[in-house]
Every structure is written in structure tokens, then in C-alpha cells.
Design a binder for this molecule. Structure first.
Ligand code: ZN
Length: 117
């Protein structure tokens, strides 16, 4: 099975439980608890990467998938407007074959800013 074959179909709405109250924000924490996977795709490069919701939360906060889509940028082409993001429940087979992009480290770099007075 190639990577392309299990690219999830990108829908507008995240994959939420049916009982979830209308209007309540489904955040990355909920997605993590529900065992969902985050798929982030650049339509321009045709590249999809898979992330664990809890790790995305470390980087961009406990936001909704719509906010994730607004914040991400393609690492390859640098574009924002071609990005798609969705949460989905992996099938049994996907659960074993998805290759995640894992968070290694968040590095805070020291920046020095000078001002002439
Ligand atoms: Zn791209």
C-alpha cells in the first residue's frame, strides 16, 4: 500500500461524534481523547502529513481543526492557501501503517533586538 492510497478525503467538517453538541468546539484535546489522527495536506504539492493531535496542541495550542488549517504553512512550498486539515479516525489498517510526523523538540531561540536612541 502506498502513501497515496490512504490519503483521507478532506471534508469541511471534522469527524465528530454524532452526540457532540452543535456549536461546541471540537478541539485537539477532544480529538486526542477520541483517538483521532490529524491529516494536513498541501494541495499544491500533493503531500499529506499525519500528526498526533496532542503534539500539534503542543505547538499551536488547543484549537479546532479549522484554526489548525489557518495556522499551518506548507514546509515544502511555503504556501498557506493550499492547506487542508482534518481529523479522522484511522481504520484498523491505517492505525498500523500511518507514518506520523512526530514532534521532536520545540526550541526557543534567543533573539537579540537592538534599537538606536
Ligand atoms: Zn506545498
Amino acid at each position: 500500500m502506498t502513501n497515496e492510497e490512504y490519503v483521507p478525503h478532506f471534508r469541511y467538517m471534522p469527524d465528530q461524534p454524532e452526540k457532540w453538541p452543535r456549536g461546541a468546539a471540537w478541539t485537539l484535546t477532544h480529538a486526542h481523547d477520541a483517538g483521532q489522527v490529524t491529516g494536513i495536506r498541501c494541495a499544491r504539492c500533493n503531500v499529506t502529513r499525519y500528526y498526533k493531535p496532542a503534539e500539534l496542541r503542543e505547538v499551536i495550542g488547543n484549537v479546532t481543526i479549522d484554526e489548525v488549517r489557518e495556522k499551518v504553512r506548507c514546509q515544502k512550498c511555503g504556501s498557506r492557501e493550499w492547506m487542508g486539515a482534518e481529523l479522522f479516525h484511522p481504520t484498523g489498517e491505517q492505525a498500523h501503517t500511518i507514518r506520523y510526523r512526530r514532534l521532536v523538540q520545540i526550541r526557543w531561540e534567543k533573539r537579540v533586538i537592538w534599537r538606536d536612541e
